[in-house]
Design a binder for this molecule. Structure first.
Ligand code: G6P
Length: 369
C-alpha cells in the first residue's frame, strides 16, 4: 500500500496532487488549441442529437452532482440550451417530464451508483439520449448509456472525490465549448481563445498545489471549529458546495455551502467570532458583490478565509487569510478554486486524527439505494 500511495501519507493527498496530470490526461488527444481542434470521440455519433436537444438534463449524486452544477453554467453560457441538474435519487421517483428531445448526461466516478443507474434507465425508457461521463472504464453506467466520454483520471481510492471531480469538469467543459461552437452560439475566435486557456489549466493547478504549506497553517488555526460556511457565486457557487462537502466528509465538521447572495436569507444569523467563512472571491463578474458579502461577514466578526485571484488587494484588506490562485477565464475558475479547498479539508481532517481515506459511514460507491 505504501508503494501505491507513491510517497504520500494518504491516497487523498496523492490524488489531489495528481490533478495537473489527471486533467492533462483527460484532455490528451482531445484538445489541440493550436490547430483549433477539440474531439470527443464518444460524442461523434450523437453530435446531432446533442446540438438539437431542447434541453439538457444532468443527473448524478454527491460530488458528481456538483460537477453537473458547474456544467449547467457552462452549457447555458456557451451553448444557450436550458439545463436541469437533478439528484438521481429525486429524479427517479418524481415521474419527471422527459422526452426524446432531451439529452441526458449522467455523471459518475465509479459508474456504479445505484440511483444514477436507475435515473438512466428511467430517462431511457422515455426515449431520451443518454450520455455518460464516467471514470471507471466498462462500469455499469458506462454500459447502460448510449455513448459517453471517460474522464481518464486514473483509479481514485480516497472516498472523498478529488481528481475525478476536476476531470469531470474538464470533460463537461470540452463538451460545452464544442456544443457552443457547433451551434454557432460561441464565435470561432472566442472558441479558440477558450481552448488555448483550457490548455493552461494543468499548469495553473500545479501552481495552486504550491499553496499547500500556507493552507496547512490556516488549517491548524481552524481545526477545532464546530461549523464552517462556504460562499461563492456564479461558477463558484458549486465550488462552495463542494468545499463544504469535502470538509464534512472527512473531518466531520458541520459545513454548509451557500450561494453568497443567499447568505442574508439565513446563514448570516449564524455568524459570530466563532464562525469561519470561506469565500471564493475571484476576479469575475460577481466579484464586487462578493466583496460586499465579505464586508457583511466582517461586520459580524466572522473569520474570513478568502480564495482570491493572484494580485488581489481589496479582499486582502478585509480577510483574515487570503489564498491566491492563478487568473483564468471565469468559466474555468472551478478547476483551480476547488484545489485549495480540497487541501484545506485534508489538513483539517488529518489534524483531527480522522481516517481521511476511509471516513466513517461513507462508501466509495453506493450500489444500494
Ligand atoms: C459516494 C462517494 C462520493 C461520490 C458519490 C457519487 O457518496 O463517497 O465521493 O461523489 O458517491 O459517486 P459516483 O461514483 O457516482 O460519482
Amino acid at each position: 500500500e505504501a508503494i501505491e500511495k507513491g510517497g504520500y501519507e494518504h491516497f487523498m493527498l496523492k490524488e489531489i496532487n495528481e490533478q495537473p496530470r489527471s486533467i492533462a490526461d483527460c484532455m490528451r488527444g482531445r484538445l489541440d488549441a493550436k490547430n483549433g481542434r477539440l474531439v470527443l470521440g464518444g460524442l461523434r455519433d450523437y453530435m446531432n442529437k446533442f446540438q438539437n436537444a431542447e434541453r439538457i438534463i444532468i443527473t448524478a449524486c454527491g460530488t458528481s452532482w456538483h460537477a453537473g452544477l458547474v456544467a449547467e453554467y457552462l452549457f447555458e453560457e456557451f451553448a444557450r440550451i436550458p439545463v436541469e441538474v437533478e439528484y438521481a435519487s429525486e429524479f427517479r421517483y418524481r415521474n419527471p417530464v422527459v422526452s426524446e428531445k432531451d439529452f441526458v448526461i449522467a455523471i459518475s466516478q465509479s459508474g456504479e451508483t445505484a440511483d444514477t443507474l436507475a435515473a438512466i434507465e428511467l430517462a431511457k425508457s422515455k426515449g431520451a439520449t443518454i450520455f455518460g461521463v464516467c471514470n471507471v472504464v466498462g462500469s455499469s453506467i458506462a454500459r447502460a448509456t448510449h455513448a459517453g466520454s471517460y474522464t481518464h483520471a486514473g483509479p481514485e481510492i480516497g472516498v472523498a472525490s478529488t481528481k475525478a471531480f476536476t476531470a469531470q469538469i474538464s470533460v463537461l467543459t470540452m463538451m460545452a465549448l464544442k456544443l457552443g461552437y457547433q451551434r454557432g452560439t460561441l464565435p470561432e475566435s472566442r472558441y479558440i481563445q477558450l481552448l488555448s486557456e483550457l490548455e493552461t489549466i494543468p499548469g495553473k493547478v500545479e501552481k495552486a498545489l504550491k499553496l499547500n504549506d500556507q493552507i496547512e497553517k490556516i488549517a491548524a488555526e481552524y481545526k477545532d471549529s464546530r461549523n464552517f460556511l462556504y460562499l461563492g457565486r456564479g461558477y463558484n457557487f458549486p465550488v462552495a458546495l463542494e468545499g463544504a462537502l469535502k470538509l464534512k466528509e472527512i473531518s466531520y465538521i458541520h459545513a454548509e455551502g451557500y450561494p453568497a447572495a443567499e447568505m442574508k436569507h439565513g446563514p448570516i444569523a449564524l455568524i459570530d467570532e466563532e464562525m469561519p467563512v470561506v469565500f471564493i472571491a475571484t476576479k469575475d463578474s460577481s466579484y464586487e458583490k462578493v466583496v460586499s458579502n465579505i464586508q457583511e461577514v466582517k461586520a459580524r466578526k466572522g473569520k474570513i478565509i478568502a480564495v482570491v485571484t493572484e494580485g488581489d488587494t481589496s479582499v486582502r484588506n478585509l480577510a483574515d487569510h487570503v489564498i491566491e490562485i492563478p487568473a483564468t477565464e471565469e468559466a474555468f475558475v472551478p478547476l483551480l478554486a476547488v484545489v485549495p479547498l480540497q487541501i484545506l479539508s485534508y489538513h483539517i481532517a488529518v489534524m483531527r486524527g480522522c481516517n481521511v481515506d476511509q471516513p466513517r459511514n461513507l462508501a466509495k460507491s453506493v450500489t444500494v439505494e
